[in-house]
Write a protein that binds this ligand. Structure first.
Ligand code: SF4
Length: 203
């Protein structure tokens, strides 16, 4: 694990051997790998503040996610509780409108399967957004991001491990989505909070 995370931290694929346009800045992979955490947060990619600080979810999205999970910052950043492995480890840059670009497509094929193979203890994966849904649910996911999140009971009840709970991205951009889908706050979040609390107590 230490060797692989050191390799990842030194990775320059998106600068030196990109699949398309090279990354416009120096790579700074941000992740928390863990051999003991029972829960994995499968995020999207760092934003500007996370890139600047090197701390995952160290921004308003992270505050909202911690609120959804019902955990403190100490619990969230405890590597015995949560591994944090986004679909792209480096900030991908922004589009012309100032929105974050999608995770770099080079990243997951290069690293994800190898890294997750070293974390067989993970019991619960929280997928954040479409890219993580696609990786962790594959063909089992529903027709859209919203449909997959709405189908959370069925996906969670699917046999096998780890369990997967699909979430939208906690960005302010999704506040409208949350308002339009009141079941998310009324049904999914209470279940999520109880599940996390139970697993933290057990762990
Ligand atoms: S995004 Fe992933 S593949 Fe690209 S440079 Fe960063 S660590 Fe390497």
């Amino acid at each position: 694990m230490d060797r692989l995370t050191a390799e990842i931290r030194a990775c320059r694929i998106c600068r030196d051997n990109p699949a398309g346009r090279p990354l416009a800045h120096e790579p700074r992979p941000v992740l928390v790998a863990s051999k003991t955490a029972g829960m994995l947060i499968a995020g999207q990619a760092p934003g500007t503040k996370v890139h600047a600080t090197g701390i995952p979810f160290n921004d308003a999205s992270g505050d909202r996610l911690r609120d959804w999970l019902g955990v403190s910052r100490d619990e969230f950043y405890d590597p015995h509780c949560f591994a944090i492995v986004p679909m792209g480890f480096c900030f991908p840059g922004q589009d012309a409108k100032g929105g974050d670009l999608p995770p770099r497509r080079e990243c997951a094929p290069a690293w994800r399967a190898r890294l997750l193979a070293l974390m067989p203890q993970i019991e619960l994966v929280l997928t954040i957004g479409l890219y993580a849904q696609a990786w962790h649910l594959g063909a089992a996911r529903s027709a859209s991001l919203t449909a997959t999140v709405e189908d959370w009971r069925r996906h969670f009840a699917a046999p096998g491990r780890p369990k997967v709970l699909a979430l939208p991205h906690p960005s302010w951009r999704n506040i409208g989505w949350i308002k339009r889908h009141p079941w998310f706050e009324m049904e999914l979040l209470p279940f999520l909070k109880a599940e996390i609390r139970h697993r933290l107590k057990e762990g």
